[in-house]
Structures are given as C-alpha cells and as structure tokens.
Design a protein around this ligand. Structure first.
Ligand code: NAP
Ligand code: GLV
Length: 308
C-alpha cells in the first residue's frame, strides 16, 4: 500500500516532511517516481495531468491538497473512487483575514491614500461606517460561514447565499436561484466563495452585476472561472461596479499583457488568500489514509454529482 503525492506544479518537500511526521512507516512516493503503479492506493493531488490516475489500478482514494476539487473533477478520466478534500479551521481563518483586509482597505480608501502619498498630498476623507456597508457572501460553507461571522462581529450587515437553506446567527440567509436577485439587491460588497461547478461557472457576469446597486465592489477569492472577465471590465467602465479585489484568475499566473493589470480599480493578488498549510492539514490527510486502510468512513468526502 503506497501513498502518492501527485502535484507536478507544486513544491512538495514540506508535504513529504509533514506526511512522514504523521506516519513515519508510510510507503511514500512522489510523482513522477511512482515505483510499481499497482502499489499506489491513495493519491494526494493538486492539478494532476488528466488521465494519469488511471495508471493506478489499486487506487482507493483521491485527496485534494486544497479545499477546492474542481482541479480533480475536470479530469474526464478520473477513476471512480472516493474523493476527499481539505477542511481546516486555519484555512477558513486565513480566508477571513484576506476578506476583511480587502473590504477594510477599500472602505477606508487606502487605495486613494496610496495615490495621495505619491503626490505628498494630505487629504482626509470621512470614513464610512460598517453599519452602512452590506456584505454579501456567495457560499455559506466552511469558508463563507467563518467570514460571515467575522463581518457580523464587526457590525457589518451580512447576507449570504447558498444552494440549500441555512440559518446563521445575525446573517440574512438566501438560497437557490429564486433568492438570487433579493440576495444581491442592497449589497455594497459581493464576495464569491463558491466552489466551481457547472452551476457556478461564470456566475459573476453582467446579469449578476446588473442586480447589484450602482458602485458595488466585487471580491473573488474562489476561482477565476466564476468571473466573466470582459463583463467585469464593462461593469467598471460603466460605473456599475466601483472596483474589484481578485485573488483568482482564468489563467494563473495572470499573463503580463492581461487588461486587469492596467486597471487601478482592480486589486490583484496571486492566489494567496488561503494557502494550504501542510503542517496543519497533513495529520487529517493521513487520518483519511488510515481510515481507507481500515475500511472506516472517510472524512470530508466530496459529492461528485454536486461537484463539491
Ligand atoms: P464548501 O464548504 O463546500 O461550501 C460551499 C458553499 O457554496 C456551500 O454553502 C454551498 O451551498 C454553496 N454552493 C455550492 N453550489 C452552489 C450553488 N449552485 N448556488 C448557491 N450556493 C452554492 O466550500 P469551502 O470550503 O467554503 O470552499 C469554497 C471554495 O473556495 C473552494 O471550492 C475553492 O474553490 C475556494 N478556495 C479558494 C482559496 C484561495 O486561496 N483563493 C482557498 C481555499 C478555497 P450548500 O451549503 O447549500 O451546500
Ligand atoms: C485553493 O485554492 C484551494 O482550493 O484550497
């Protein structure tokens, strides 16, 4: 029984160290040095080359190195074995910190003070109060719930939208397509924390933007494919949106010639809002490996039909 790390575009040394620490006797292999493919029963993956997982005829479980599993489900030849993902409080905390930074940076106009600084200009502006800035979070799962509570605790009015009905203290909750327009109306900031699925791809588009109040601000830290990029440019040009903070993009790294780089209203970060910390998550991943070996129920299972 071998445990394979299959993440060709990632540095894996920290993962190897933490997995060995959690299970010193593990037969650990790192792609492309798989040894006999028939030995591999568990594969920990990030952006694997499509089709390669079929080489492992005894594979029993696929684990995502991150919270998202779109990188796995995009493989049309993905073996029909259970998929598990990372669920970790430190990931939710890191995402929440990023979202608070994005919203407070904008709300306290730090972008304009940076410009003033270049001109050595002293120009006080009256700050907005949190109570007048309604935050809307798309996705009330592991990450969305933590963020919603953090904004609520700072006295922001918070709305959240999910696929199935949810209740959360202090949060105005909405669900399903029928609730989408009421959810969007009245938002000053729209935050996307949805998984990328057939139903959510391209959801940040001009129809969605039209349902927001003029001048709303967009934060996307879920996946680049949620956003129709040309619709964002058009919405900024028309003033429908006042700006955006983007952590994820259709093509990563964002190409140097991409029009987003030339837009000062867009804050760009390189997919860092919530990086997986191997030290924090490897014990849980190895726990799932042991569960697989013992035939126990796996934790943080993905529903393939739902796509997340
Ligand atoms: P999660 O726990 O699975 O939560 C997903 C939420 O989205 C749930 O509330 C779900 O509704 C809702 N949802 C799914 N499909 C929907 C639809 N069609 N309409 C409305 N709501 C829908 O996921 P998570 O752990 O919070 O992670 C969310 C995503 O964040 C990941 O998939 C990943 O793409 C992204 N992410 C990005 C970074 C980064 O660094 N940029 C880091 C980590 C994760 P229900 O509650 O009704 O099921
Ligand atoms: C990062 O993007 C993740 O899905 O964990």
């Amino acid at each position: 029984m071998a445990f394979l790390i299959l993440a060709p575009s990632s540095r894996t040394s920290a993962w190897e160290k933490e997995i060995r620490k959690a299970e010193p006797d593990l037969d650990l292999r790192v792609w492309p040095d798989t040894g006999d493919p028939d030995d591999v029963t568990f594969a920990l993956c990030w952006k694997h080359p499509p089709g390669v997982l079929n080489r492992f005829s005894n594979l029993k479980c696929i684990a995502s190195m991150g919270a998202g599993v779109d990188h796995l489900l995009q493989d049309p030849a993905l073996p029909e074995v259970p998929i598990v993902r990372v669920v970790d409080p430190s990931m939710a905390r890191s995402m929440t910190e990023y979202l608070l930074m994005a919203v407070l940076f904008r709300m306290r106009q730090l972008d304009r003070y940076w410009q003033d600084r270049l001109q050595r200009t002293w120009h006080p502006r009256v700050p907005e109060q949190a109570a007048s800035v309604r935050i809307g979070i798309m996705g009330l799962g592991q990450l969305g719930s933590d963020a919603a509570q953090a904004f609520f605790s700072l006295r922001f009015p918070v709305s959240a939208w999910s696929r199935t009905p949810k209740t959360a203290e202090g949060i105005d909750t909405f669900c399903g397509e029928a609730d989408f327009a009421p959810f969007l109306s009245g938002l000053r900031v729209l935050i996307c924390l949805l998984p990328l699925t057939d139903r959510t791809r391209g959801i940040l588009n001009r129809h969605t933007f039209e349902m927001l109040p003029d001048g709303a601000y967009l934060v996307n830290s879920a996946r680049g494919e949620h956003l129709v990029e040309e619709d964002l440019i058009a919405a900024l040009d028309s003033g429908k949106l006042s700006g955006a903070c983007l952590d994820v993009f259709h093509t990563e790294p964002l190409p140097r010639e991409h029009p987003f780089w030339g837009r000062p209203e867009i804050t760009i970060t390189p997919h860092i809002s919530s990086l997986t910390n191997p030290k924090a998550v490897c014990p849980g991943i190895v726990d799932n490996y042991r569960r697989m070996k013992s035939g126990l129920p796996l934790r943080h299972l993905v529903d393939r039909q739902r796509g997340y």
